[in-house]
Design a protein around this ligand. Structure first.
Ligand SMILES: Cc1cc2nc3c(=O)[nH]c(=O)nc-3n(C[C@H](O)[C@H](O)[C@H](O)COP(=O)(O)OP(=O)(O)OC[C@H]3O[C@@H](n4cnc5c(N)ncnc54)[C@H](O)[C@@H]3O)c2cc1C
Length: 414
Protein backbone atom coordinates (compact mmCIF):
# COMPACT_ATOMS: atom_id res chain seq x y z
CA UNK A 1 0.00 0.00 0.00
CA UNK A 2 1.26 3.46 -0.85
CA UNK A 3 0.92 6.75 1.00
CA UNK A 4 0.91 10.40 0.02
CA UNK A 5 4.30 11.99 0.55
CA UNK A 6 3.56 15.67 1.05
CA UNK A 7 7.09 16.74 0.15
CA UNK A 8 6.56 18.00 -3.42
CA UNK A 9 10.32 18.49 -3.81
CA UNK A 10 11.20 14.80 -3.79
CA UNK A 11 13.32 13.94 -6.84
CA UNK A 12 13.05 10.86 -9.03
CA UNK A 13 16.13 9.52 -7.24
CA UNK A 14 14.47 10.04 -3.83
CA UNK A 15 11.36 8.21 -5.03
CA UNK A 16 13.44 5.36 -6.45
CA UNK A 17 15.33 4.96 -3.15
CA UNK A 18 12.00 4.84 -1.34
CA UNK A 19 10.57 2.24 -3.72
CA UNK A 20 13.64 0.00 -3.48
CA UNK A 21 13.78 0.23 0.33
CA UNK A 22 10.07 -0.58 0.57
CA UNK A 23 10.53 -3.63 -1.64
CA UNK A 24 13.41 -4.86 0.55
CA UNK A 25 11.35 -4.18 3.68
CA UNK A 26 8.31 -6.04 2.31
CA UNK A 27 9.99 -9.01 0.68
CA UNK A 28 12.97 -9.60 2.96
CA UNK A 29 12.53 -7.84 6.32
CA UNK A 30 8.88 -8.53 7.16
CA UNK A 31 9.01 -12.33 6.74
CA UNK A 32 12.40 -12.64 8.45
CA UNK A 33 11.35 -10.42 11.36
CA UNK A 34 8.23 -12.55 11.90
CA UNK A 35 10.35 -15.70 12.07
CA UNK A 36 12.92 -14.16 14.43
CA UNK A 37 10.20 -12.77 16.70
CA UNK A 38 9.17 -16.32 17.59
CA UNK A 39 12.74 -17.52 18.32
CA UNK A 40 14.79 -17.51 21.51
CA UNK A 41 17.51 -14.80 21.57
CA UNK A 42 20.34 -17.33 21.13
CA UNK A 43 18.60 -18.92 18.12
CA UNK A 44 18.16 -15.46 16.53
CA UNK A 45 21.93 -15.10 16.18
CA UNK A 46 22.82 -18.78 15.70
CA UNK A 47 24.62 -19.83 12.53
CA UNK A 48 22.11 -20.29 9.72
CA UNK A 49 19.49 -18.02 11.34
CA UNK A 50 17.47 -15.82 8.93
CA UNK A 51 18.95 -12.87 10.85
CA UNK A 52 22.17 -13.42 8.90
CA UNK A 53 20.27 -13.66 5.62
CA UNK A 54 18.83 -10.23 6.35
CA UNK A 55 22.18 -8.75 7.36
CA UNK A 56 23.96 -10.18 4.30
CA UNK A 57 21.31 -8.88 1.89
CA UNK A 58 21.30 -5.51 3.67
CA UNK A 59 25.10 -5.21 3.46
CA UNK A 60 25.03 -6.25 -0.21
CA UNK A 61 22.62 -3.39 -0.92
CA UNK A 62 24.81 -0.98 1.05
CA UNK A 63 22.17 -0.29 3.74
CA UNK A 64 24.81 -0.81 6.44
CA UNK A 65 26.49 2.39 5.22
CA UNK A 66 23.45 4.67 4.85
CA UNK A 67 24.91 7.21 7.27
CA UNK A 68 28.40 7.26 5.74
CA UNK A 69 29.49 9.76 3.05
CA UNK A 70 30.44 8.34 -0.36
CA UNK A 71 33.98 9.76 0.06
CA UNK A 72 34.58 6.76 2.37
CA UNK A 73 32.57 4.26 0.36
CA UNK A 74 29.22 4.82 2.07
CA UNK A 75 25.89 5.24 0.27
CA UNK A 76 26.43 8.99 0.22
CA UNK A 77 22.75 9.81 0.69
CA UNK A 78 21.45 13.24 1.57
CA UNK A 79 19.91 13.52 5.06
CA UNK A 80 16.44 13.55 3.45
CA UNK A 81 17.22 10.37 1.51
CA UNK A 82 18.52 8.73 4.68
CA UNK A 83 15.24 9.62 6.40
CA UNK A 84 13.18 8.23 3.51
CA UNK A 85 15.08 4.93 3.46
CA UNK A 86 15.05 4.52 7.26
CA UNK A 87 11.28 5.00 7.41
CA UNK A 88 10.75 2.28 4.82
CA UNK A 89 13.12 -0.15 6.55
CA UNK A 90 11.45 0.45 9.92
CA UNK A 91 8.09 -0.14 8.25
CA UNK A 92 9.51 -3.60 7.51
CA UNK A 93 10.96 -4.11 10.99
CA UNK A 94 12.25 -1.56 13.48
CA UNK A 95 14.37 -4.18 15.29
CA UNK A 96 16.23 -5.14 12.12
CA UNK A 97 16.56 -1.48 11.11
CA UNK A 98 18.23 -0.70 14.44
CA UNK A 99 20.49 -3.75 14.00
CA UNK A 100 21.81 -2.62 10.61
CA UNK A 101 21.80 1.05 11.66
CA UNK A 102 23.84 0.52 14.83
CA UNK A 103 26.23 -1.74 12.92
CA UNK A 104 27.57 1.45 11.35
CA UNK A 105 27.98 3.34 14.62
CA UNK A 106 31.78 2.97 14.97
CA UNK A 107 32.24 3.91 11.29
CA UNK A 108 29.80 6.82 11.73
CA UNK A 109 31.87 8.02 14.70
CA UNK A 110 35.11 7.64 12.75
CA UNK A 111 33.63 9.68 9.87
CA UNK A 112 32.82 12.52 12.27
CA UNK A 113 36.46 12.91 13.30
CA UNK A 114 38.27 11.48 10.28
CA UNK A 115 41.86 10.45 11.02
CA UNK A 116 43.93 8.66 8.35
CA UNK A 117 44.46 5.52 10.48
CA UNK A 118 40.77 5.21 11.33
CA UNK A 119 39.73 5.75 7.72
CA UNK A 120 42.03 2.94 6.59
CA UNK A 121 41.40 0.55 9.48
CA UNK A 122 37.68 0.99 10.12
CA UNK A 123 35.78 3.36 7.86
CA UNK A 124 36.66 2.12 4.37
CA UNK A 125 36.81 -1.64 5.24
CA UNK A 126 33.40 -1.35 6.95
CA UNK A 127 31.79 0.28 3.91
CA UNK A 128 33.38 -2.31 1.61
CA UNK A 129 32.30 -5.18 3.87
CA UNK A 130 29.68 -7.44 2.30
CA UNK A 131 29.96 -10.72 4.24
CA UNK A 132 28.96 -9.14 7.57
CA UNK A 133 32.36 -9.77 9.18
CA UNK A 134 32.37 -6.18 10.50
CA UNK A 135 29.46 -5.30 12.81
CA UNK A 136 29.44 -2.27 15.06
CA UNK A 137 27.60 -1.38 18.23
CA UNK A 138 27.12 1.64 20.49
CA UNK A 139 28.05 1.04 24.12
CA UNK A 140 26.92 3.98 26.23
CA UNK A 141 24.45 2.81 28.90
CA UNK A 142 25.52 0.75 31.91
CA UNK A 143 23.62 -1.37 34.44
CA UNK A 144 23.47 1.57 36.91
CA UNK A 145 23.53 4.39 34.33
CA UNK A 146 20.82 4.52 31.67
CA UNK A 147 18.97 7.82 31.38
CA UNK A 148 21.74 9.88 32.99
CA UNK A 149 24.23 8.95 30.24
CA UNK A 150 21.97 10.56 27.62
CA UNK A 151 21.46 13.98 29.20
CA UNK A 152 24.33 16.22 28.03
CA UNK A 153 23.80 19.82 29.09
CA UNK A 154 21.78 18.81 32.16
CA UNK A 155 23.41 19.68 35.53
CA UNK A 156 23.41 15.97 36.53
CA UNK A 157 25.72 15.28 33.60
CA UNK A 158 28.52 17.23 35.29
CA UNK A 159 28.02 15.83 38.77
CA UNK A 160 31.38 14.37 39.91
CA UNK A 161 29.56 12.16 42.42
CA UNK A 162 28.21 10.12 39.49
CA UNK A 163 30.89 7.53 38.74
CA UNK A 164 30.59 5.37 35.64
CA UNK A 165 30.86 1.61 35.61
CA UNK A 166 33.13 1.70 32.58
CA UNK A 167 36.31 3.71 33.03
CA UNK A 168 39.40 4.30 30.83
CA UNK A 169 42.71 5.20 32.49
CA UNK A 170 45.65 6.62 30.55
CA UNK A 171 48.75 4.41 30.61
CA UNK A 172 51.56 5.72 28.40
CA UNK A 173 50.15 5.96 24.86
CA UNK A 174 47.36 3.51 25.67
CA UNK A 175 44.28 3.40 27.84
CA UNK A 176 43.32 0.61 30.23
CA UNK A 177 39.60 -0.13 30.16
CA UNK A 178 37.70 -1.65 33.05
CA UNK A 179 34.00 -2.20 33.65
CA UNK A 180 30.97 -3.04 31.57
CA UNK A 181 28.18 -1.77 29.38
CA UNK A 182 24.50 -2.65 29.88
CA UNK A 183 22.58 -5.64 28.56
CA UNK A 184 20.82 -3.23 26.20
CA UNK A 185 23.71 -2.66 23.81
CA UNK A 186 22.16 -3.34 20.40
CA UNK A 187 24.18 -5.94 18.45
CA UNK A 188 26.22 -6.21 21.67
CA UNK A 189 26.86 -9.94 21.57
CA UNK A 190 27.64 -10.11 17.83
CA UNK A 191 29.59 -6.90 17.32
CA UNK A 192 33.18 -6.91 16.10
CA UNK A 193 33.65 -3.20 16.81
CA UNK A 194 32.28 -0.74 19.32
CA UNK A 195 31.76 2.99 19.60
CA UNK A 196 32.45 2.94 23.30
CA UNK A 197 31.41 5.95 25.38
CA UNK A 198 33.09 5.69 28.79
CA UNK A 199 34.45 7.83 31.61
CA UNK A 200 38.01 9.18 31.53
CA UNK A 201 37.99 12.17 33.92
CA UNK A 202 35.92 11.29 36.99
CA UNK A 203 36.12 14.86 38.35
CA UNK A 204 33.81 15.96 35.50
CA UNK A 205 31.11 13.30 36.02
CA UNK A 206 29.59 11.94 32.81
CA UNK A 207 30.93 15.02 30.98
CA UNK A 208 34.44 13.66 31.55
CA UNK A 209 33.82 10.90 29.04
CA UNK A 210 35.65 9.77 25.96
CA UNK A 211 34.66 8.05 22.73
CA UNK A 212 36.66 5.06 21.56
CA UNK A 213 36.08 3.53 18.15
CA UNK A 214 37.68 0.17 18.77
CA UNK A 215 37.78 -3.49 17.76
CA UNK A 216 36.32 -5.93 20.27
CA UNK A 217 38.89 -8.68 19.71
CA UNK A 218 41.32 -7.14 22.21
CA UNK A 219 42.37 -9.35 25.16
CA UNK A 220 40.06 -8.85 28.17
CA UNK A 221 36.84 -8.16 26.24
CA UNK A 222 33.95 -10.51 27.00
CA UNK A 223 30.33 -10.61 25.88
CA UNK A 224 27.19 -11.48 27.86
CA UNK A 225 24.28 -13.66 26.80
CA UNK A 226 21.77 -12.41 24.25
CA UNK A 227 18.97 -10.56 26.06
CA UNK A 228 15.42 -11.93 26.11
CA UNK A 229 12.77 -9.22 25.94
CA UNK A 230 9.24 -8.18 25.00
CA UNK A 231 9.64 -6.08 21.85
CA UNK A 232 12.12 -5.87 18.97
CA UNK A 233 13.00 -9.51 19.56
CA UNK A 234 14.66 -9.58 16.15
CA UNK A 235 17.29 -7.15 17.49
CA UNK A 236 20.22 -8.79 19.28
CA UNK A 237 21.23 -7.07 22.54
CA UNK A 238 23.70 -7.88 25.30
CA UNK A 239 26.42 -6.80 27.71
CA UNK A 240 30.08 -6.16 26.95
CA UNK A 241 32.66 -6.55 29.73
CA UNK A 242 36.13 -5.02 29.86
CA UNK A 243 38.76 -6.53 32.14
CA UNK A 244 42.03 -4.58 32.01
CA UNK A 245 41.71 -4.13 28.27
CA UNK A 246 44.69 -2.26 26.78
CA UNK A 247 43.34 0.06 24.07
CA UNK A 248 45.83 1.88 21.82
CA UNK A 249 45.39 5.68 22.07
CA UNK A 250 44.72 5.92 18.32
CA UNK A 251 41.23 4.54 18.95
CA UNK A 252 40.21 7.53 21.08
CA UNK A 253 38.32 9.90 18.76
CA UNK A 254 37.20 12.40 21.43
CA UNK A 255 38.30 13.05 25.00
CA UNK A 256 36.69 14.90 27.92
CA UNK A 257 37.29 18.33 26.34
CA UNK A 258 34.92 17.52 23.46
CA UNK A 259 32.77 14.71 24.89
CA UNK A 260 29.66 16.58 26.01
CA UNK A 261 29.41 18.71 22.84
CA UNK A 262 30.01 15.74 20.56
CA UNK A 263 27.48 13.60 22.40
CA UNK A 264 24.86 16.31 21.90
CA UNK A 265 25.61 16.37 18.16
CA UNK A 266 25.38 12.57 17.96
CA UNK A 267 22.12 12.48 19.93
CA UNK A 268 20.68 15.08 17.57
CA UNK A 269 21.00 12.45 14.84
CA UNK A 270 20.09 9.33 16.82
CA UNK A 271 16.99 10.70 18.53
CA UNK A 272 15.63 12.15 15.27
CA UNK A 273 16.37 8.77 13.67
CA UNK A 274 14.15 7.17 16.32
CA UNK A 275 11.33 9.54 15.31
CA UNK A 276 11.76 8.47 11.67
CA UNK A 277 11.82 4.77 12.56
CA UNK A 278 8.72 5.29 14.72
CA UNK A 279 6.95 6.86 11.72
CA UNK A 280 7.56 3.63 9.81
CA UNK A 281 6.12 1.55 12.66
CA UNK A 282 3.09 3.83 13.03
CA UNK A 283 2.43 3.75 9.29
CA UNK A 284 2.63 -0.04 9.26
CA UNK A 285 0.06 -0.26 12.08
CA UNK A 286 -2.24 2.27 10.38
CA UNK A 287 -2.14 0.36 7.10
CA UNK A 288 -2.90 -2.96 8.77
CA UNK A 289 -5.86 -1.42 10.60
CA UNK A 290 -7.27 0.25 7.48
CA UNK A 291 -7.11 -2.96 5.45
CA UNK A 292 -8.67 -4.99 8.26
CA UNK A 293 -11.46 -2.46 8.87
CA UNK A 294 -12.47 -2.68 5.21
CA UNK A 295 -12.96 -6.45 5.31
CA UNK A 296 -14.14 -7.25 8.85
CA UNK A 297 -17.94 -7.29 9.02
CA UNK A 298 -19.75 -6.71 12.33
CA UNK A 299 -23.45 -5.99 12.86
CA UNK A 300 -24.03 -6.48 9.13
CA UNK A 301 -21.56 -3.77 8.05
CA UNK A 302 -17.84 -3.49 7.40
CA UNK A 303 -16.07 -1.86 10.37
CA UNK A 304 -14.98 0.98 8.10
CA UNK A 305 -18.59 2.13 7.79
CA UNK A 306 -18.83 3.02 11.48
CA UNK A 307 -18.03 6.70 12.17
CA UNK A 308 -16.05 5.88 15.34
CA UNK A 309 -13.75 3.63 13.30
CA UNK A 310 -13.42 6.33 10.64
CA UNK A 311 -12.40 8.98 13.17
CA UNK A 312 -10.01 6.57 14.85
CA UNK A 313 -8.34 5.90 11.49
CA UNK A 314 -8.19 9.63 10.78
CA UNK A 315 -6.41 10.34 14.05
CA UNK A 316 -4.05 7.43 13.44
CA UNK A 317 -3.02 8.83 10.06
CA UNK A 318 -2.77 12.33 11.59
CA UNK A 319 -0.23 10.96 14.04
CA UNK A 320 1.75 9.23 11.27
CA UNK A 321 1.91 12.44 9.25
CA UNK A 322 2.87 14.76 12.13
CA UNK A 323 5.46 12.24 13.21
CA UNK A 324 7.04 12.19 9.74
CA UNK A 325 6.93 15.99 9.47
CA UNK A 326 8.78 16.71 12.72
CA UNK A 327 11.19 13.78 12.38
CA UNK A 328 12.31 14.51 8.83
CA UNK A 329 12.62 18.23 9.58
CA UNK A 330 14.70 17.66 12.73
CA UNK A 331 16.88 14.97 11.12
CA UNK A 332 17.61 17.12 8.05
CA UNK A 333 18.09 20.38 9.97
CA UNK A 334 20.44 18.88 12.51
CA UNK A 335 22.56 17.10 9.93
CA UNK A 336 22.95 20.28 7.92
CA UNK A 337 24.19 22.51 10.72
CA UNK A 338 27.28 22.51 12.90
CA UNK A 339 25.24 23.75 15.89
CA UNK A 340 22.34 21.30 16.04
CA UNK A 341 19.10 22.17 17.80
CA UNK A 342 18.90 18.96 19.83
CA UNK A 343 15.53 19.94 21.28
CA UNK A 344 13.89 19.37 17.88
CA UNK A 345 15.35 15.87 17.65
CA UNK A 346 14.05 15.20 21.16
CA UNK A 347 10.60 16.38 20.06
CA UNK A 348 10.82 14.08 17.03
CA UNK A 349 11.74 11.07 19.18
CA UNK A 350 9.17 11.73 21.86
CA UNK A 351 6.34 12.64 19.49
CA UNK A 352 7.14 9.87 16.99
CA UNK A 353 7.54 7.00 19.45
CA UNK A 354 4.43 8.03 21.42
CA UNK A 355 2.53 8.23 18.11
CA UNK A 356 3.77 4.76 17.10
CA UNK A 357 2.66 3.34 20.45
CA UNK A 358 -0.77 5.04 20.26
CA UNK A 359 -1.36 4.04 16.63
CA UNK A 360 -0.31 0.43 17.26
CA UNK A 361 -2.62 0.33 20.29
CA UNK A 362 -5.52 1.76 18.26
CA UNK A 363 -4.80 -0.78 15.53
CA UNK A 364 -5.17 -3.59 18.06
CA UNK A 365 -8.47 -2.05 19.19
CA UNK A 366 -9.73 -2.09 15.61
CA UNK A 367 -8.69 -5.71 15.22
CA UNK A 368 -10.57 -6.62 18.41
CA UNK A 369 -9.56 -9.98 19.89
CA UNK A 370 -7.69 -10.88 16.72
CA UNK A 371 -5.28 -8.01 17.41
CA UNK A 372 -4.06 -9.76 20.54
CA UNK A 373 -3.01 -12.87 18.66
CA UNK A 374 0.35 -13.62 17.08
CA UNK A 375 -1.43 -14.27 13.81
CA UNK A 376 -1.64 -10.55 13.06
CA UNK A 377 1.26 -8.14 12.59
CA UNK A 378 -0.25 -5.46 14.85
CA UNK A 379 0.53 -7.55 17.95
CA UNK A 380 4.26 -7.42 17.11
CA UNK A 381 4.11 -3.75 16.09
CA UNK A 382 2.61 -2.91 19.49
CA UNK A 383 5.42 -4.67 21.37
CA UNK A 384 8.07 -3.12 19.11
CA UNK A 385 6.57 0.35 19.58
CA UNK A 386 6.45 -0.10 23.35
CA UNK A 387 10.21 -0.63 23.44
CA UNK A 388 10.72 2.61 21.52
CA UNK A 389 9.38 4.71 24.42
CA UNK A 390 12.54 3.66 26.31
CA UNK A 391 15.01 2.97 23.50
CA UNK A 392 17.67 5.67 23.00
CA UNK A 393 16.49 7.36 26.18
CA UNK A 394 13.22 7.13 28.10
CA UNK A 395 10.80 9.73 26.76
CA UNK A 396 10.34 11.16 30.26
CA UNK A 397 14.01 11.91 30.82
CA UNK A 398 14.52 13.12 27.25
CA UNK A 399 11.76 15.65 27.95
CA UNK A 400 13.60 16.77 31.10
CA UNK A 401 16.70 17.26 28.93
CA UNK A 402 14.70 19.15 26.30
CA UNK A 403 13.03 21.37 28.88
CA UNK A 404 16.38 22.24 30.42
CA UNK A 405 17.83 23.03 27.00
CA UNK A 406 14.96 25.35 26.10
CA UNK A 407 15.22 27.25 29.38
CA UNK A 408 18.98 27.67 28.86
CA UNK A 409 19.03 28.68 25.18
CA UNK A 410 15.71 30.38 24.36
CA UNK A 411 15.05 32.85 22.91
CA UNK A 412 17.71 31.64 20.44
CA UNK A 413 20.13 34.23 19.14
CA UNK A 414 20.52 32.81 15.57
C1 LIG B 1 15.31 -1.51 22.16
C2 LIG B 1 16.40 -0.81 22.91
C3 LIG B 1 17.63 -0.60 22.29
C4 LIG B 1 18.69 -0.02 23.02
N1 LIG B 1 19.93 0.10 22.42
C5 LIG B 1 20.99 0.55 23.16
C6 LIG B 1 22.30 0.60 22.57
O1 LIG B 1 22.49 0.28 21.40
N2 LIG B 1 23.33 0.99 23.37
C7 LIG B 1 23.16 1.33 24.66
O2 LIG B 1 24.15 1.66 25.33
N3 LIG B 1 21.92 1.32 25.25
C8 LIG B 1 20.84 0.93 24.51
N4 LIG B 1 19.57 0.92 25.07
C9 LIG B 1 19.40 1.35 26.46
C10 LIG B 1 18.55 2.62 26.58
O3 LIG B 1 19.27 3.74 26.11
C11 LIG B 1 18.13 2.74 28.05
O4 LIG B 1 17.26 1.66 28.32
C12 LIG B 1 17.44 4.05 28.33
O5 LIG B 1 18.35 5.12 28.21
C13 LIG B 1 16.82 4.08 29.75
O6 LIG B 1 17.75 3.66 30.70
P1 LIG B 1 17.35 2.54 31.77
O7 LIG B 1 16.73 1.42 31.03
O8 LIG B 1 18.57 2.26 32.57
O9 LIG B 1 16.24 3.19 32.65
P2 LIG B 1 16.46 4.24 33.94
O10 LIG B 1 17.44 5.24 33.51
O11 LIG B 1 16.79 3.37 35.11
O12 LIG B 1 15.05 4.82 34.04
C14 LIG B 1 13.97 4.13 34.67
C15 LIG B 1 12.79 5.08 34.79
O13 LIG B 1 13.12 6.18 35.63
C16 LIG B 1 12.92 7.41 34.97
N5 LIG B 1 14.00 8.34 35.33
C17 LIG B 1 15.33 8.14 35.21
N6 LIG B 1 16.02 9.22 35.57
C18 LIG B 1 15.11 10.15 35.93
C19 LIG B 1 15.19 11.51 36.36
N7 LIG B 1 16.36 12.15 36.49
N8 LIG B 1 14.04 12.16 36.63
C20 LIG B 1 12.83 11.54 36.49
N9 LIG B 1 12.70 10.28 36.06
C21 LIG B 1 13.82 9.58 35.77
C22 LIG B 1 12.93 7.08 33.49
O14 LIG B 1 12.15 7.98 32.73
C23 LIG B 1 12.34 5.68 33.45
O15 LIG B 1 10.95 5.76 33.42
C24 LIG B 1 18.50 0.38 24.36
C25 LIG B 1 17.25 0.19 24.95
C26 LIG B 1 16.22 -0.40 24.26
C27 LIG B 1 14.89 -0.59 24.94
Amino acid sequence: MDFLDMDIHLTKEDMMLKKNANEFARKVMRPIAKELDAMTPDKVIAKGSPFWTFMKKGYELGYHSILIPDAYGGMGLTPLQQAIVFEELAWGSVGLTVAIGVASFPAFGAAMVPEETMIEEILVPYCENRDVTMIGCWGITEPDHGSDTLMPGHPSFRDPKIVSQCVATLDGDDFILNGQKSAWVSCGTIATHCALFCQIDKSMGHAGGGIFVMPLNLPGVKKGAALDKMGQRDLNQGEIFFDNVRVPGKYLIAGPEAYEALLEIILSTTTAFMGIAATGVARAAFEEALTYAKTRVQGGKALIEYPTIQTKLFHMLRKVETSRAISRAAFCYNQNTSMPAEEYSLMAKIHGTQAAFDVASDAIQIFGGNGLTKEYLVEKLFRDARAMLIEDGSNDTLAISGGHKIIQTYPRKD
